[in-house]
Design a protein around this ligand. Structure first.
Ligand code: IMP
Ligand code: MG
Length: 336
């Protein structure tokens, strides 16, 4: 019976959504709750030939038996929320903490019209920075102020802590990635809040002593969208030759692609309090590994990469993603 946090170890878009969906199907949590900044994050989840990009609903929605929650620290854009709830048909099992701060149209306008945010930082334009700034200035609205959200309101920390006390499994999903943390990232080219596991716990009102597992997700070839330093960034021609091209879920901007960064991975694992590691994109290290679901069937090249990454990080790699679809994964958590 565990409370597990899942966070991104690089600059976001590590494939957390898929890892959350997989863990949910295996571990059958009763609640999956989202932490992180807000609708600036997009999680892509692919099941069969269907692709979902979610910005407010937890990416664990694919697992039908969990209640879905949005933690107190998260910013809620009521328009994005309504759209996703209708599209995914999750209205009867999703809840918002009544103290979540609201993103108003005016926050989005400020995000997009500010040269500093839109151009220098390369924000997603989703209003998160201005909304968090109003939250700190104590002028923001809260979810409980909006009549259209009243049917979804709950006390998320109370729900989670009660479930944990009963011995149920719960999942807390992080958004963004370590490198764009307001505290630990490449300031000022960062998002408007910390993104580490401690923040995800705080966003959900779960104290540090109640967390059992922290899964940090790294991708074999890290990516970054928006401006800011990226030490291992490759020239576009090199990543093109490797056949790697990615586009953002929220902004559709082309992502910058980099080589594996062992130093960043180690530092990120430390601050996140990592207990287990998930590595995504192993099919890019060796195309022959695409879709493989058994560790023994991984090629030598892939295993050598995993060994190197594990030595860098200093914590066991227990989940290995071999393709974008939810079932394309090797889960060796039990064996470790
Ligand atoms: P903001 O969070 O929209 O203010 O954007 C600040 C910076 O964080 C920009 O470089 C964004 O591209 C980046 N960013 C914010 N959220 C995400 C995410 O979920 N994935 C990747 N980058 C993000
Ligand atoms: Mg994303």
């Amino acid at each position: 019976m565990t409370c597990t946090i899942i966070v991104g170890g690089f600059f976001g878009d590590e494939g957390k959504g898929k890892i959350v969906a997989h863990i949910a199907h295996q571990d059958r949590p009763t609640i999956i709750s989202r932490g992180g900044v807000g609708p600036n994050a997009g999680h892509t989840v692919i099941v069969g030939d269907k692709e979902y990009g979610v910005r407010m609903v937890p990416s664990g929605f694919l697992y039908p038996d969990a209640r879905l929650m949005i933690g107190t620290g998260v910013l809620v854009d009521p328009r994005v929320f309504k759209h996703e709830v209708e599209m995914l048909g999750v209205g009867d099992r999703i809840f918002i903490d009544s103290r979540c701060s609201i993103i108003d149209e005016e926050h989005i306008a400020r995000d997009k019209s500010s040269d500093h945010l839109a151009k220098t930082i390369g924000s997603t334009g989703s209003g998160c920075g201005p909304a968090n700034s109003d939250r700190v200035l104590r002028t923001a609205r809260q979810a409980k102020d909006l009549p259209e959200l009243s049917r979804y309101l709950t006390d998320v920390p109370m729900e989670l802590n009660t479930a944990i006390k009963r011995g149920e499994n719960v999942l807390l999903e992080g958004t963004q990635g370590f490198g764009i943390s307001l505290y630990y990232g490449t300031y000022p080219f960062v998002t408007s809040k910390d993104t580490s596991a401690s923040q995800i716990a705080a966003d959900n009102g779960v104290g540090p002593t109640r967390i059992d597992d922290v899964v940090v997700v790294f991708k074999a070839y890290p990516t970054r969208v928006g401006e800011g330093p990226f030490l291992t960034e490759m020239d576009r021609s090199v990543s093109d030759r490797l056949g790697i091209q990615e586009f953002g879920t929220v902004t559709h901007r082309q992502r910058r692609i980099g080589q594996w960064d062992g130093d960043m991975a180690r530092y990120s694992a430390m601050i996140n309090g990592c207990t287990q590691v998930a590595i995504t994109g192993i099919d890019r290290v060796d195309k022959d590994c695409f879709g493989v679901t058994e560790y023994e069937k991984l090629s030598r090249k892939a295993r050598e990469f995993l060994k190197m990454a594990e030595d860098d990080i200093g914590y066991p790699i227990t989940l290995i993603s071999t393709g974008p679809e939810v079932s394309q994964i090797i889960d060796i958590r039990e064996r470790r």
